[in-house]
Write a protein that binds this ligand. Structure first.
Ligand SMILES: Cc1ncc(COP(=O)(O)O)c(C=O)c1O
Length: 475
């Protein structure tokens, strides 16, 4: 069936094909446990080559079902724990259909989706314990949220920044060893320079505030402008948390903007104890970057920048040239506009998938899943400890478990073996671990941000690691 122009001539056929696509998508989600990651076929480039020949919805849906759905990234599978990836929710299907139907541009103007984003920002603000009046916006993820927060922080330090640039002022920022690369990227992107991001040593897995104070004093004495300290709620390698109350005290005393990278760990705010208190003090930050697409399981992409002082947030980005002037009434009403709080003028509707998730399943279900993920990381640690030749790299604090399959081998052999096991289990579809290095040794790493994982998944995965380790110990 070839349409003439972009018009849909035959709505009956289109409706049937769209419903077929929805059914296939529902099957994909319902059968997530039977559909692990698999390598893409050799001819994938040929399959995806753009033909642009108006073959109509039927053939296009056939191709999506045959060539797209099978070759996903695996993160919907219950034994996927690589990197820090969320598992995606069935409610995303409902939200994405509705979002596509209205095609909202969330840069501004007076339409419903912007009010919904404000409701989502407000719910998140309350969960994080930030005061009323704090502002925020949904973004692609923590990487972008970090840039937005740092720009606001930079503007506090250099009020003429937007007009005059950074000039000769040498801004310096501080973060604990183990801070995520998103902080480094933002520092580089904003022209602060990676040399001016000071890595503060950790004591017991938390930033050493005395060392921070010393480094700030030294930099000030050398003529630099210390302006920002980045706390971590959930470090990417080991799931560690800074003492955010201590950091808030230190930041106030030292005159620094406190930003918290809470990409996944911020969500311990809605977990049960002992995990909730890991992020105590997060609401005292000047800014928080967090993701819904990690530990709230919402589909990609969806993160948030939250900024304590709305005026500082707005001052960093607001710009309304004549073609974007607002109005008292009509579509150009609806102030404030989100384009005044971030980088993007045109923005997609991320709010709907967060709202749909919360309204469909309820906060308590997320709380239970997040707490449960920490319980599974603890279980994984216990299973590792029970294996005679495995060993943990560090105690499990939250939802991240890092270990070696064979602690009895020399470090180089461990590295080769752990890397090999990660690949073999990914390829067999049994489990997805990623790897990281601690003190130069490659280790297996599970970051459990997966609402589909259960205790038998963890047990089976560790048995599979032990089996592969025994078979391959000579590698
Ligand atoms: C602690 C931490 N910060 C920042 C990021 C970057 O977040 P995003 O991938 O949403 O940009 C990640 C990603 O894993 C992370 O774990």
């Amino acid at each position: 069936m070839a349409d003439q122009g972009i018009k849909t001539q035959d709505w009956d056929t289109f409706r049937a094909e769209a419903q077929r696509m929805l059914e296939a998508a529902l099957d994909q989600m319902q059968q997530a446990a039977e559909r692990p990651w698999q390598p893409v076929p050799d001819d994938i480039d040929a399959r995806y080559a753009v033909q642009a020949e108006a073959r109509g919805p039927q053939e296009t849906v056939d191709r999506i079902i045959a060539d797209v759905l099978p070759y996903h990234g695996g993160n919907t599978h219950p034994r996927f724990w690589g990197w820090v990836q969320g598992s995606g929710l069935a409610s995303d299907l409902i939200a994405s259909v509705a979002a596509a139907a209205v095609n909202a541009n969330m840069g501004g103007r007076d339409h419903g989706a912007n009010y919904m984003e404000r409701a989502v920002v407000d719910w998140t603000r309350r969960k994080m314990g930030m005061p009323e009046g704090a502002s925020g916006l949904l973004v692609t993820g923590t990487s972008q949220a970090t840039v937005i927060a740092f720009q606001a922080a930079r503007l506090r330090a250099l009020p003429d920044l937007r007009k005059r640039g950074q000039g000769d002022g040498r801004l310096t920022a501080y973060a604990g060893e183990g801070v995520h690369n998103a902080t480094l990227k933002a520092v580089e992107l904003l022209g602060i320079g990676s040399d001016n991001l000071r890595k503060v040593p950790l004591v017991d897995g938390r930033m050493d505030c005395a060392a921070l104070a010393e480094m700030v004093a030294q930099d000030r004495a050398a003529g630099a402008l210390p302006f920002l300290v980045v706390g971590t709620a959930g470090s990417v390698d080991l799931g560690l948390f800074d003492d955010l109350n201590a950091l808030a005290d230190a930041a106030a005393e030292l005159g620094l903007w406190l930003h918290v990278d809470g990409a996944f760990g911020a969500w311990t705010r809605i977990a049960a104890e002992p995990y909730r208190s890991l992020s105590d003090g997060i609401g005292r930050a000047d800014s928080i970057a967090l993701d819904f697409h990690k530990w709230m399981y919402v589909g990609y992409d969806c993160g948030m920048a939250l900024i304590r002082n709305e005026a500082e947030h707005r001052a960093a980005f607001a710009a309304r040239p004549s073609y974007l002037e607002g109005a008292e009434r009509g579509l150009a009403g609806g102030e404030p506009w989100f384009c005044d709080y971030g980088i993007d003028l045109s923005r997609g509707n991320r709010a709907l998938k967060v709202w749909t998730a919360l309204e469909t399943y309820g906060e308590a279900a997320f709380s239970e899943a997040i707490t449960g993920n920490c319980g599974l990381a603890a279980l994984m640690a216990a299973e590792v400890a029970a294996q005679p030749k495995m060993a943990l790299a560090a105690p499990v604090v939250s939802n991240v478990c890092v270990f070696t399959a064979r602690a009895d081998l020399p470090p180089d052999a461990q590295s080769r073996l752990n890397a090999e096991i990660a690949q073999v289990l990914q390829e067999s579809g049994e489990a997805v671990f990623s790897t990281t290095r601690v003190d130069g040794r490659v280790l297996l790493r599970a970051a459990i941000t997966n609402h589909r994982s259960r205790a038998p998944d963890v047990r089976a995965a560790i048995v599979a690691v032990a089996r592969e380790a025994d078979e391959r110990a000579g590698v």
